[in-house]
Design a protein around this ligand. Structure first.
Ligand code: NAD
Length: 444
C-alpha cells in the first residue's frame, strides 16, 4: 500500500519505518528541511533502539523516502498519517497549530479519495477540526467534490521501545464513521494483527478520548505510588516491599508501580494538562488529574529536599554528580525530565553539577549551557571531587554501583537514589548515607 506520514518525530518516523518494513511504499514528510536532509542520508536524528536498522534497510530497498513537499506526500499516499507535535500552550491547552497547518496543506493538494489518519494525540473532537480545515482548503481550491475520510488512530508506543511496541501493539484503535476507511485500515494493520485480533473499532470521539484516558490512568498509578511512598517514608515503611505486595494482585498488576522522582516525557505531562483544560472547558473540575500533577511536581523536587536536609541547607560551592538526564532509559528525550528541575534547584542553591547520560548529553548541552554544569565523558568521571551522587534515570549501566570506585573518587559519598535501584542496607553497611524514595528513612 502507498502511505504518507506527516511529521518525522518519535511517532512519525517509527510509523513510517515500520510500515515500510512490512512492504509498504512510504513517503515521510517533515517541515524541518535539515532533518529531511539527514534522514535521506540514513542519519537518524533521535535515539530509538532498532529504528536505524529498519530505516536504512527500507531506504536501501527503496520502500521509504523523505520529502518536504506536501504535493509529493499527498499525491503519494492512499492513506496519509498526521503525526505532528501537539505541545501544550501556557494554559495547558493542546496547541493544534501543526495539525491545522498540515490539514490545510493536505486539502490544497488532495485530488481523489484518500484516508487522513490522525495519529497525533489531540483534544476530543479534533477529527472534526481536521475535516473542516481540509474542506476549507478544498473550497478555496474549488475542489469541493473531492472525497476523503478522517480516521482517529491514536498511538500508544513508548519511547525507548517504540519499534517493538509498534510491531506488537497491545491494541490498535481505529476511530471512524466510514466502513470504507475501517476496511482499509484493517488491511494496512493486518501484518501487525496476526496473532490475535487487537484491532478495536469505535467512533472518532471515543478513540481520541481513549488515548487521553490511557495516559491519565498510567500517570495516576505513578503519582499514587509516589503518594504511598511519601506516607511510607514517614511511617518507617519501605515502599519497595509495599510495591511488591500490591503488584501481585492481578487486578492491579506490577507495572507502573515504581516510586521515583516523578514522570516526565513529551506525553504524560502535556496530555494531563490538555485533558484538564478540556474538562474545565466543559464545566467539570477534574480532581484526580489535578492531584496527579501536584504530586508529580513536588516529586521532582524531593531529592533536592533530601540534599538540603543532609547538608543542613548549605549546598553552596559543593559539586554533585548526576547520573541520567533523559526522562527515562532508552531515549534521548529530555522533555519535562526530572533532571531539569533538580539541576535548576542545585544551581540556584549555588552548587555545581557533573553530569553523565549514555545518550542525551548532546541534547542536554543544547538546552543547558551553564558554566557550573560539567559534562563528563565517562560515567564514573562524575564522581571526582563530588559530595553526592543523584541517580535520576535507571539506565542499565547505572544499576551496578562500584562502591570502591565511588569511595576512591568522592569526598564523602552520599547516594540520592531517585529510582530505588540500589541496596540501601549494603550502602549503609559501607557507611555511605542513602536516600531513596519512600524507603522508610524520614527527613521530616
Ligand atoms: P516530535 O516533536 O518528536 O515530532 C514532531 C515532528 O513533526 C517534528 O519533526 C516536526 O518538525 C514535525 N512537524 C511539525 N509541524 C509540521 C507540519 N506542519 N508539517 C510537517 N511536519 C511537521 O513529536 P512526537 O513525539 O513524534 O509526537 C507526535 C504526536 O504523537 C504528539 O501528538 C504526541 O503527543 C503523540 N505521541 C507521542 C508519543 C511519544 O512517545 N513521543 C507516543 C504516542 C503519541
Amino acid at each position: 500500500m502507498k502511505i504518507s506520514v506527516i511529521g518525522t518525530g518519535y511517532v512519525g518516523l517509527v510509523t513510517g519505518a515500520c510500515f515500510a518494513d512490512m512492504g509498504n511504499e512510504v513517503c515521510c514528510l517533515d517541515v524541518d528541511e535539515a532533518k529531511v536532509q539527514e534522514l535521506r542520508k540514513g542519519s537518524i536524528p533521535i535515539f530509538e533502539p532498532g529504528l536505524d536498522a529498519i530505516v536504512l534497510d527500507s531506504l536501501e530497498k527503496e520502500r521509504l523516502f523523505f520529502t518536504t513537499s506536501y504535493e509529493t506526500a499527498v499525491n503519494h499516499g492512499e492513506v496519509i498519517f498526521i503525526s505532528v507535535g501537539t505541545p501544550p500552550l501556557d494554559d495547558g491547552e493542546a496547541d493544534l497549530t501543526n495539525v491545522i497547518n498540515c490539514s490545510t496543506e493536505i486539502g490544497r493538494f488532495l485530488k481523489g479519495y484518500k484516508i487522513i489518519v490522525n495519529k497525533s494525540t489531540v483534544p476530543i473532537g479534533t477529527h472534526q477540526l481536521v475535516e473542516d480545515t481540509i474542506l476549507g482548503s478544498l473550497k478555496e481550491e474549488n475542489k469541493q467534490d473531492t472525497k476523503f475520510d478522517v480516521v482517529s488512530n491514536p498511538e500508544f508506543l513508548k519511547e525507548g521501545e517504540a519499534v517493538n511496541d509498534f510491531r506488537k501493539p497491545d491494541r490498535i484503535i481505529i476511530g471512524s464513521s466510514s466502513e470504507k476507511a475501517f476496511k482499509k485500515m484493517k488491511e494496512l494493520y493486518r501484518p501487525f494483527n496476526r496473532q490475535n485480533d487487537r484491532l478495536l473499532e469505535m467512533d472518532n470521539l471515543s478513540a481520541e478520548m481513549t488515548k487521553y484516558a490511557s495516559n491519565a490512568l498510567l500517570a495516576t498509578k505513578i503519582s499514587f505510588m509516589n503518594e504511598m511512598a511519601q506516607i511510607s517514608e514517614r511511617l518507617g515503611v519501605d515502599i519497595e516491599n509495599v510495591r511488591r505486595g500490591v503488584g501481585t494482585d492481578k487486578r492491579i498488576g506490577n507495572s507502573f508501580l515504581y516510586s521515583g522522582v516523578g514522570f516526565g516525557g513529551s506525553c504524560f505531562p502535556k496530555d494531563i494538562k490538555a485533558l484538564s483544560f478540556i474538562s474545565h472547558k466543559n464545566n467539570y473540575e477534574p480532581k484526580i488529574l489535578q492531584a496527579i500533577q501536584e504530586i508529580n511536581n513536588s516529586q521532582k523536587k524531593i531529592l533536592f529536599d533530601k540534599a538540603m536536609h543532609h547538608y543542613k541547607k548549605d549546598l553552596k560551592s559543593k559539586t554533585f554528580s548526576i547520573w541520567g538526564l533523559s526522562f527515562k532509559p532508552g531515549t534521548d528525550d529530555l522533555r519535562e525530565a526530572p533532571s531539569l528541575v533538580l539541576i535548576d534547584l542545585l544551581l540556584q542553591a549555588g552548587a555545581k553539577v557533573k553530569v553523565f547520560d549514555p545518550v542525551s548529553m548532546k541534547n542536554f548541552e543544547e538546552i543547558y549551557n551553564h558554566s557550573e554544569v560539567i559534562y563528563c565523558a565517562q560515567a564514573e568521571d562524575v564522581f571526582y571531587d563530588s559530595y553526592g551522587l543523584f541517580l535520576l534515570t535507571e539506565w542499565k549501566e547505572f544499576r551496578t554501583l562500584n562502591i570502591e570506585s565511588l569511595k576512591s573518587r568522592m569526598k564523602n559519598p552520599v547516594i540520592f537514589d531517585g529510582r530505588n535501584i540500589y541496596d540501601q542496607e549494603e550502602l549503609e553497611k559501607q557507611n555511605i548515607p542513602y536516600y531513596g524514595i519512600g524507603r522508610g528513612r524520614s527527613i521530616y
